[in-house]
Design a protein around this ligand. Structure first.
Ligand code: ZN
Ligand code: ZN
Length: 389
């Protein structure tokens, strides 16, 4: 594999898919050509690749990583920093201790706590920071936007978007199992929507790309009141600070110090407890606006769970309660309560504030309560707080 004639420096916190899009744009070629020339084409089939496996966003084996680094004139460590797997050191839902999986690549399967089939994004961040290189090829598609616990851009003080303003598709959603849609399209900028245009085109003509400019998304409808925005910014600042490279090693969860990854595992379980036992945690909502957003979300989750209650076979009726919300506002609302519940001064206080949720959950969904309290799912202090369920 020969090196490319030119490459790019990765931008801070850039994903590998974002890097490939910018590089293709810089070299005036297609993402498929970049994948072929950097060794990311799935082996075996001749010619240009038609897909980039979803797992390549998360993890590359040594062979792929070395070849990609050499071809793009980067250090292997720089390439590793574009993958999602290293985030698991701080983020429990991507940490093998709290999300046990057989192989690294399996971590992203059936794991709603990492976004590999879409991403959130901040339009102003995607526009770039005004440097020449970002003016030309856009700002980074950020790795942290792939973590559902990131819902707001602290820098621009705005909730993250997750849908294309033109066609409504989830941003960067895959096509035919490829992490980058329209691999052989060289007409799109990295910040344009790559989803297929609404199906008006006859089947024999492949639909055009939507192509909407994702940096132009107008402000979300309905401004947030300032108290709500302040509450959400505070929560996001706290969580982003813990996830940042070089951030603190440990933090408090359920009234005792734990490594940061354990705390994020506890947040994931607390979110499920909040939704399944709603409205028990309602008094903890920071503003009435946030409480109302969660009322609506709970109603919609209950409606999803209802038809599953009486189905035969493996019980799946708790699933609608355990996934993170797609919407940034609702995510912020539930995390505001979850962080508040876990912020107890000591284990005793943690136990007290969790008790109403624990009791209601145990009565409503015994299987889920056992599932959430496994040692391989939450920290030791949280297990103490929720009792031996
Ligand atoms: Zn931003
Ligand atoms: Zn679109």
């Amino acid at each position: 594999m020969r090196s490319l004639p030119r490459s790019l420096d990765p931008l801070p916190d850039e994903t590998i898919t974002g890097f490939v899009l910018r590089l293709a744009h810089r070299l005036g070629t297609t993402p498929a050509e970049i994948l072929l020339r950097t060794g990311l084409a799935p082996g075996g089939s001749p010619g240009l690749p038609t897909r980039l496996p979803l797992s390549f966003q998360y993890h590359l084996d040594d062979a792929h990583l070395t070849v990609f680094a050499r071809a793009t004139l980067l250090m292997p460590a720089e390439v590793a920093d574009m993958l999602l797997a290293p985030l698991g050191q701080r983020y429990g839902p991507l940490n093998p201790a709290f999300t046990p999986r057989n192989t690294p690549a399996r971590m992203i399967y059936d794991n709603p706590w990492v976004l590999t089939r879409s991403t959130r994004y901040c339009p102003p961040c995607l526009t770039g920071n005004g440097t020449l290189i970002q003016d030309r090829h856009g700002g980074p598609w950020q790795r942290l936007w792939r973590l559902p616990m990131i819902f707001l851009c602290v820098r621009h003080q705005r909730l993250l978007a997750h849908q294309c303003p033109g066609c409504g598709a989830f941003a960067q959603s895959p096509h035919a199992g490829s992490a980058i849609a329209r691999l052989s399209d060289d007409a799109l900028n990295p910040w344009q929507c790559r989803s297929a245009e609404a199906r008006s085109a006859p089947a024999e003509h492949p639909a055009h790309a939507c192509g909407a400019d994702l940096t132009r998304e107008s402000a979300p409808a309905g401004e947030l009141d300032s108290a709500t925005m302040a509450a959400l910014v505070q929560v996001q600042r706290h969580l982003a600070g813990l996830l940042a490279e070089g951030g603190p090693e440990s933090t408090t969860s359920a009234g005792a110090p734990v490594p940061v990854a354990h705390y994020f595992a506890d947040l994931r379980a607390t979110v499920a407890m909040i939704f399944r036992s709603w409205p028990e945690a309602r008094p903890y909502a920071g503003t009435s606006f946030l409480a109302a957003a969660l009322d609506a979300e709970h109603a919609s989750r209950t409606a999803q769970a209802q038809p599953l209650l009486n189905t035969a076979g493996k019980k799946k009726s708790s699933k609608p309660y355990t996934a993170p919300p797609s919407d940034s506002l609702v995510t912020g609302a539930v995390l505001q309560i979850a962080t508040r519940l876990l912020r107890a001064a000591d284990p005793c206080e943690a136990r007290e504030s969790m008790a109403p949720l624990v009791h209601k959950l145990r009565d409503a969904d015994r299987a889920l309560s056992i599932y959430l309290c496994r040692a391989a799912w939450i920290s030791t202090p949280m297990r103490t707080a929720v009792g031996d369920c």
